[in-house]
Every structure is written in structure tokens, then in C-alpha cells.
Design a protein around this ligand. Structure first.
Ligand code: DX5
Ligand code: ZN
Length: 228
């Protein structure tokens, strides 16, 4: 059964509490923080992480808050998001393009006792050796593969990413068994009903979905995917 992380970027913010209530069966709330520099779009930041956390508490929902940082200097903001209640924080490899720096940031996140994720853009293909170092020395909890160029919800999945998921999953599995790790593969962007089966078959443990979940009946949509 896949883990579902619902991106609230596609929610109606005039009634956020009702929207969150409509996705009560999701495993995680995916919160896309964009700075308008690392990606062309600007979204939201600390206030929304805090607000969603309060809404989850009011509704008595035990859903994890999964913060996806699309920022130029993610390291500088991690402590703040941890203090606001993030259960997992994912930052981009492309923010540093340096394995040592990325591993340092992964450790920094994990030291707060929360999960650390590292995201890679569609055009980023790390050499296997570098990916191995990232996985076995950095030990992230989540490797997030972008299915679209980050910045907007509702984009079309880039077909080349299907193969990329398969290749990366193989390496992640090898590292997991060699080093007794439990790194999960997540896929974010363009995940829809038409491609979710293939994305899961190719190796996604976690699927991040926004626009497709909020179309129609969000809770039913989540249950449909969970039952896959
Ligand atoms: C894209 C974001 C995604 C996005 C997913 O930059 O990181 O999380 O909200 O939305 P959909 O599922 O509509 O592609
Ligand atoms: Zn995202």
C-alpha cells in the first residue's frame, strides 16, 4: 500500500480547515514552500505550517506534516520549520549541488529527531557513485524524485522520470540492504490516476499528489489510491 502525501498547494485556502477535513485519510500533508528564487513561484511559509498544524490538532487528526523546501538556502530555515511542527523536511540537492553539504543538511534535520528528505529535479541524474555516498553516508529517510520541474501544481508528468524511478529504486534497495537502512522513494509532481500505478510499480513508496486529489471528492480519491 503506498503512503500518500497530499499537497495542499491545490487546496482552497479560503476554507483550509474544511479542505484538510476532506483529506482526513491522507498519511501526510505535503506543504510546498517556495521562495520565488529557487523556483519561479512564491507560495507560503511558516504561517501555513503553523496554521495547518493547529488545524490538525483541532480536528484531532494524526497526519504528518511533510515540508518541501524549494528555497535557495534551505539549511537556514530548517530549525524554524522544525519548531513549528514539521515531521519531515525535504530540501533540494540542487540548492547545494554538493554531496557533502547535502549530507550535512540531512544530518542537521535528523538531529532534531524528524525525518529528512532530499529531492532531485527531473534533469538531475546523479552518478551512481555520488548517489551511493548520499544514501549510505547521508542516510536520508526519503529520496524524493520530482516528476515535474518544481514550481507549480497541475503540471504534466515528465515521461522520462518513469525510468529514472526504476533505476533509482534499484540503487536505494541495494543501499538499504547493504547498510540496513530504510530509505523510502517518493515521487512528487504530475502524479495522477492515469500514471500512479506505474509510478508505484516502478518503485515509489510515497506518492505526493495535489491537483488530482482535490478534483472531485478528495477523501474518496485518497482511498482509491490507498487501496492499490
Ligand atoms: C511542485 C510541487 C508539488 C505539487 C504537486 O513544485 O512540489 O508538490 O504541489 O501538485 P500536482 O500533484 O498537482 O502536480
Ligand atoms: Zn512538493
Amino acid at each position: 500500500m503506498p503512503i500518500i502525501s497530499t499537497s495542499i498547494l491545490s487546496a482552497n485556502f479560503t476554507c483550509l480547515k474544511e479542505e484538510i477535513e476532506r483529506i482526513r485519510n491522507t498519511d501526510m500533508l505535503h506543504i510546498d514552500v517556495m521562495d520565488g528564487i529557487f523556483v519561479p513561484n512564491l507560495t507560503f511559509g511558516q504561517v501555513i505550517v503553523k496554521t495547518t498544524k493547529n488545524i490538525l490538532r483541532d480536528l484531532n487528526l494524526k497526519i504528518l506534516s511533510d515540508v518541501h523546501l524549494m528555497l535557495v538556502n534551505p539549511h537556514e530555515h530548517i530549525k524554524e520549520f522544525y519548531e513549528l511542527g514539521a515531521d519531515s523536511i525535504t530540501f533540494h540537492y540542487e540548492a547545494y549541488r554538493n554531496i557533502e553539504k547535502c549530507n550535512k543538511t540531512i544530518k542537521f534535520i535528523k538531529n532534531f529527531g524528524i525525518k529528512a528528505g532530499i529531492a532531485i529535479n527531473p534533469e538531475t541524474y546523479l552518478p551512481e557513485e555520488e548517489l551511493n555516498i548520499l544514501l549510505t553516508e547521508g542516510k536520508p529517510d526519503i529520496l524524493l524524485i520530482m516528476g515535474v520541474h518544481p514550481g507549480y501544481s497541475g503540471q504534466k508528468f515528465i515521461n522520462e522520470v518513469f525510468e529514472k524511478i526504476k533505476n533509482i529504486k534499484k540503487i536505494v534497495d541495494e543501499c538499504n540492504s547493504a547498510k540496513n537502512l530504510d530509505i523510502k522513494v517518493a515521487v512528487d509532481g504530475g502524479v495522477k490516476f492515469w500514471n500512479v500505478d506505474k509510478i508505484i510499480e516502478n518503485g515509489a513508496d510515497i506518492v505526493v499528489m495535489g491537483s488530482e486529489i482535490f478534483e472531485g471528492n478528495p477523501d474518496e480519491n485518497i482511498l482509491k489510491i490507498k487501496n492499490k
